[in-house]
Ligand binder design. Structure first.
Ligand code: GLY
Length: 394
């Protein structure tokens, strides 16, 4: 190892040691402080959003806002609803309601598979907290839109449209959209939504995973026969690598499928994925993954705070369905992630970071897009993890 590399490696090791030794705030106090901070920080974020857009990131001193059809459009209102739930701040509630109005037209959008992210993280939380029938109707309409992308021959919801690269691609991220489908059926909607969710989850379980429980990113199917054409990646380091956020989507997805079905296969899968992540030799001491578990240049590769936040939230749910040492392992790994993300290495100061809470996420490294930046969904899953910890463990 070159002298400079050795010095940096020692620095990283040193910061892991000081990370472990840092005196921690009690979790209850940390969570309350975090939600109070988030209410103030998001009032700053709110000022940076042009009309009709939704916030995505902050890069080189500029706020990045996207069109409502972008897969992340529901995370802003979802985050606001989590903040409102904990703080009862009426200005945050008003902003959450306004953010819903912006994305409401998405309910009839059928251009991709992201309707669950867009409409359940947002309207799902809004309905949970207000019980308003109009919000429920939007979720039901969105489930119907997403159902149009179900391909019975492939036994999956098609993620992206056919292109030069793909025939009928299904990405591991798509597991997340099943939450809306399950919920819609269980709450007065057509039973077919849940059937689609279960069939999709079973197909993904069969074709997306390797024997070590790591997941491919994309499986491309022949839409005429349902046969697998290829297993590949889009946002990962290589077709055979374990893209960090993809492992997080898989963990969250199968844990959530167990919640709705109580099918033990899903629980077994979720535990296998959790153990793959937590026992991986490339998972750093602070448990915030590198953007890909097989990224080139580890330990100098970029981290992905969004993967960390998502994994923390999923592990907290998984800990609810386990007992003994398994439960302790999952819960304490989630605690480590929360403490890491709330520390100065990842957490923004008030007024900085464009109003986002967390720094150091990676959107799509191979596409040279959103590298080492704040991302709205990192904030969303961080807030969800905090809320879940409070609900289940305090
Ligand atoms: N669903 C896209 C991503 O995780 O980046």
């Amino acid at each position: 190892m070159k002298k400079t590399n050795l010095a940096v490696a020692l620095l990283i090791l040193g910061s892991s040691i000081s990370f472990a030794q840092t005196t921690r705030k009690p979790m209850g106090q940390l969570i309350n402080d975090e939600f109070k901070f988030a209410a103030e920080q998001y009032k700053i974020l709110a000022k940076n959003i042009p009309e009709g857009k939704t916030p995505q990131s902050f890069e080189k001193g500029k706020s990045i806002n996207y069109d409502i059809k972008w897969w992340c459009s529901g995370f802003y209102s979802g985050s606001l609803w989590y903040i409102y739930e904990q703080t009862k701040d009426q200005n945050i509630k008003k902003e959450a309601e306004a953010a819903l109005k912006v994305i409401e037209p998405n309910q009839s959008y059928t251009g991709n598979h992201d309707l669950g992210f867009m409409m359940y993280c947002s309207f799902g939380n809004a309905y949970r907290l207000t019980g308003k029938a109009e919000y429920k109707a939007v979720i039901q309409r969105s489930a119907e839109s997403l159902a149009t992308r179900y391909r019975p021959v492939v036994k999956s919801i098609q993620s992206w449209n056919k292109s030069k690269m793909w025939e009928c691609p299904v990405i591991i991220d798509n597991m997340m959209n099943l939450e809306m489908m399950n919920w819609a059926s269980d709450n007065g909607g057509d039973k077919k939504y849940k059937e689609i969710a279960v069939t999709h989850a079973n197909t993904t379980l069969k074709n997306h995973f390797r024997p070590d429980f790591s997941s491919f990113h994309v499986v491309d199917y022949n839409p005429q026969t349902g046969e697998v054409i290829k297993k590949a990646t889009w946002q990962g380091a290589a077709n055979c690598s374990a893209w960090a956020r993809g492992q997080g989507w898989a963990l969250y997805g199968y844990t959530m499928m167990y919640r709705f079905t109580k099918d033990e296969n899903y629980l077994k899968q979720a535990k296998g994925i959790a153990n793959f992540i937590l026992n991986h030799p490339n998972l750093p001491a602070d448990k915030i993954p590198f953007w890909d578990f097989d990224a080139q240049g580890i330990p100098f590769a970029k981290r992905d705070a969004s993967a960390g936040a998502l994994i923390a939230s999923a592990l907290l749910e998984l800990s609810q369905y386990t007992s003994g040492s398994e439960k302790t392992t999952f819960k304490s790994a989630a605690e480590t992630i929360i403490y890491s993300l709330s520390g100065s290495a990842y957490h923004a100061k008030l007024g900085e970071n464009g109003g986002f809470l967390l720094m150091h996420s990676t959107g799509a490294y191979p596409l040279n897009s959103e590298i080492d930046v704040p991302l709205i969904y990192a904030d969303y899953y961080y807030l969800e993890a905090l809320a879940r910890y409070k609900k289940w463990y305090l």
